[in-house]
Design a protein around this ligand. Structure first.
Ligand code: RP5
Length: 165
């Protein structure tokens, strides 16, 4: 019997308050699976010291996976990954000027040795980042794995029941 955790397992961080509308999707998925998380604004450029403190302390605080969303010159996921051994999942937030292509390339083109798992641009990426974090946690959490099986079953059933006009 596994003891339910009482500390956040997933850190959901974002470069700006303006990223929240995208990143809230990740938090909603985590909530729907009952996964404890924390969500914070951590800016690579505006609060670099805080970013270092967050990244370096996350592992000892019990965080298992970090989801980091940023837009434009989206250095947050990579810089966080450079200072922790935790898996970091990067969400490219859709920017106004370049529709998120800048965010995507900033996050995905990491040098060898510092991995960031890069998701799709925008809300789909935020949603999948949460689901991927849950899959990682489910490796050692059988009840979470069971909930994932249930989720897949429901998703499949919904699609199969859809009809076209
Ligand atoms: C990035 O710059 C943030 O992640 C955000 O996506 C983008 C714009 O930030 P704001 O100017 O809206 O605060 O650091």
């Amino acid at each position: 019997m596994q003891t339910p955790p009482s500390v956040p397992l997933v850190g959901v961080i974002m470069g700006s308050r303006s990223d929240w509308e995208t990143m809230r999707v990740a938090t909603e998925v985590l909530m729907s699976f009952g996964v404890l998380f924390e969500s914070k604004i951590v800016s690579a450029h505006r609060t670099p010291e805080w970013m270092c403190e967050y990244a370096r302390s996350a592992e000892e605080r019990g965080i298992k996976v970090i989801i980091a969303g940023a837009g434009g010159a989206a250095h947050l996921p990579g810089m966080v990954a450079s200072q922790t051994i935790l898996p970091v999942l990067g969400v490219p937030v859709q920017s106004k000027s370049l529709q998120g292509l800048d965010s995507l390339l900033s996050i995905v083109q990491m040098p060898g040795g510092i991995p960031v798992g890069t998701l799709a641009i925008g809300e789909a990426g935020a949603r999948n980042a949460a689901l991927l974090a849950i899959r990682i946690l489910a490796i050692y959490d059988s009840s979470l794995a069971e909930r994932l099986h249930q989720f897949h079953h429901e998703q499949r059933t919904k699609v199969l029941s859809e009809t076209l006009p």
